[in-house]
Structures are given as C-alpha cells and as structure tokens.
Ligand binder design. Sequence first.
Ligand SMILES: NC(=O)c1ccc[n+]([C@@H]2O[C@H](COP(=O)([O-])OP(=O)(O)OC[C@H]3O[C@@H](n4cnc5c(N)ncnc54)[C@H](O)[C@@H]3O)[C@@H](O)[C@H]2O)c1
Length: 438
Amino acid sequence: MRISVIGTGYLGTTHAACMAELGFEVVGLDSDPKKIEQLASGVLPFHEPGLPELLRKHTASGRLRFTTSYAEVGAWADVHFIAVGTPQKAGDHAADMTYVDGATSALAGHITRDCLIVGKSTVPVGTARRLGNLVRESTSGDVKVDLLWNPEFLREGYAVEDTLRPDRLVAGGDSAAAIDLLKLVYAKALKSGTPFISTDLETAELVKAAANAFLATKISFINAFSEVTEHVGGDIRVLADAIGLDNRIGRRFLNAGVGFGGGCLPKDIRALQARVSELGLDRTMRFLSEVDEINLRRRDRVVHLATEILKDLQGRKIAVLGVAFKPHSDDVRDSPALDVAAQLFNAGADVSVFDPEAMENARKRFPRLNYTKSAAEALENSALTILLTEWDEFKELNPTEVGDIVESKAIIDGRNVLHVQDWLDAGWRFESLGRRSV
Ligand SMILES: NC(=O)c1ccc[n+]([C@@H]2O[C@H](COP(=O)([O-])OP(=O)(O)OC[C@H]3O[C@@H](n4cnc5c(N)ncnc54)[C@H](O)[C@@H]3O)[C@@H](O)[C@H]2O)c1
C-alpha cells in the first residue's frame, strides 16, 4: 500500500516515519519547501525522541520520500493522511481551517486514481462531512474517493511509541470498505489488541475534542484547588495523591503547577467552545472558558510570587529553567514557561533562560530574553530561580551546588517536582504552587 502524509509537522512527520517503519511506501508532503528539503536529507527540524533514527533509517532505505507536489501524491498514493495544522485563528477562539481546507482542495484537484483520504488533524465537528462534499465536487467521476476521520492522540515526547502502539484507534466514516482499508494500515496494532472504534464522522471528530477538553479540565480542576490550598495553607500534592487513589478519579493529570500549554490543549478547548456556540449551544461548553482562565491564572501566580520575593523586578536577574511547554519536547506553542519568562521580562526583570531542547524555538518567538548555554550559566548570580518545565536535568539539580552559583537562594518550583526538604536543608527559600511558603 502506498501512503501519503500531507503536512509534515510534529504529527505528520511522526506518522509518515512510523508508516514507513510498518513497511509501507510513504511520501510526506508539505507546503514548506525548506522543511521538505531538510526531511528529505534525513534531518528532523524539531525534537522528538526516537524520530530522528526512524527518519534516517527510512529516508536511507528509500521507503520514505518527501515532496511539495500534490500532482505527485495524487497520482501515486492509495491512502492520503491529512495532518496539517489547525491553529487558533488570530483574534478569535475558533480553529483556523485555512490549512485543512487548502490541503484537501489541493489534493482533491490532483487525484487521478481511486484512493482513501484520512483526516488526522484535530478539527471542529462538521468539518469532515463538509470536506467529503468538497472532495466529491472537486474530483472527476472516473475515480472513487472515500473520506474517513481518524483523530490522532499522540503525545509529543512519546509520539513514535504512541503512533506504533496506540492505546486506541478511532475512525469515523460512512463507508465500510474504507474502514476495512484503514484497518489494513493499522493491522499490526490491531493484531496486538489495540481497540478499534469505528463510528460516524461527527463522533470521531468529537472524541478528540472531548479527550482534550477532559484532560484540560482535570489539570485546571487540581489547579483550582491549588488556589484554595495556597489560601488556607494546605498541600496540593497530598490532596492530589489522596483523591487520585480513588480509581474512579485516577492520579494522572492531577499534577498541580503552572498549567497546560502546547499546540493542542489550549487551542482545542477554545475551538470546541467556538464551534459549539456556532451550533447555537452557547452554554454547553461555557465551563471550558473557566478551565482556560484557571490555567492562565497559574502563570500570573508565578509572576506574583516572583514579585513577592524580589519586591521590585526591575533589573533583577531571574533564572528561568525550561521554556518548552513540557519536557521531552521543543514545542513552545502557548508554553506557560515562555509566557511567564516573557511576563517577567516585560515587568523589567533581567531574565536568563535555559532549556535543553527548546532554545531555538523560544528565541524565534521571544528574542529579547537572555538565552544561555547551560542551566549553570542561567543560574549564575540570579536573585531568583524559577523551574517551569520539569526536565530531569532540573529535577536533579543539587541545591547545595546551585546555592554556590546564585546571588540569592530563592526558588519557585512551578511544577511541584523538587524535593522540598533538600532545598530547605541547603538554606533556600522555597515557593511552589498549591503549597504554603517555606
Ligand atoms: N502535535 C501534536 O502533539 C498533535 C497531537 C494530536 C493531534 N494534533 C493535531 O494535528 C494537526 C497538526 O499538528 P502539528 O502539531 O503537527 O502542527 P505543525 O504546525 O507542526 O505542522 C503542520 C504542518 O502542515 C504544513 N501545512 C500547512 N498547510 C499546508 C498545506 N496546504 N499543504 C501541505 N502542508 C501544509 C505546515 O507547513 C506544517 O509543516 C493539528 O490539527 C493538531 O491539533 C497534533
């Protein structure tokens, strides 16, 4: 089976390389010629563990190629996966559908053989049916084209593993033959017991929106309790452990801290609210705006703590550890860490930043911070240290050694990952989210 993957960003490149790993012949297509040139020469333009090896292996074997030509893929592939971006529209909560619509029309205009189009991008409910009509109108009657929606649940940092061994596969569509073809693509995962949920287009689209809305809500739920424990002097970690032991609740995604970010959760909960309002269900997803606000307030809380510690931020050197939205990723889209660093800078602080992988992306977005070559360089003579992305390298910092580098031993643990007593024993002032000051 010949597979094309349209849009070779975080999702598409991973999907393309994993499809090649599964034994298919694959072509990745992107509208960005520079990205295509890099990928074709086996260079991954972003950080994702395990992916550079797969990319090199399959560009070398010839099983994975890259192109910018829709004519080439339209005439070649049996299955086309759509993996282009659906960012938030500027000045609006809705998803920007320009890329999905553009990619689908461009592909449809170049299809010259029977094929299956499979949408993987996260889209507002109703998109797939609309695109199905668009494809029917744009392709000639001589070819048979089916369309399914197969939302993607991969986690950045674990994307290869999640693609090769997903915990579930969901596919929506009207054609049983198309579903059977998609099952051939995923035969290996299905054989090892991965559940396959076959449904209609609308449910498939909503499954993805619901999963992200649930995860965001769970994080903001615990962070809302953080506001209370901070007020009364409780300990949010103990609270999370205690409720997490109830297996109806579960402990995962109950880590209080500076909140969620990245290229998915924030824009997906906003897009869901926008879409549901468009459908006339104004009140239905209103709670998600509260989820969003709780999340953003955590960033303000870190800035507030920094101000409380330093009194005046003007000209004070602050070391920010981490700018990626989470560890094992270089993604800084809507990153709470980068946002806090930028807010501190805008308030007059002299902000030194270090992240093991996300420096380049952060610099592109916010060039005015002082990007250092190591954590030690960022920490040198800092009046305050703030941990904002829980990379292992930061979790393992030795408080005594760090204490010798900084100007002042004060730290904010924005992710609740440090061992408090160790830092206190080494003479630090320790602040965190959801716990009393120590
Ligand atoms: N990143 C994730 O962890 C993840 C997980 C699950 C779902 N998703 C969803 O997958 C989709 C893609 O996300 P991403 O993070 O990979 O985005 P991305 O921005 O990293 O990649 C999108 C790619 O699409 C390309 N593109 C845009 N318009 C195009 C066109 N008309 N033709 C060809 N290429 C085009 C861009 O150049 C870019 O390389 C989004 O809908 C996202 O919500 C992402």
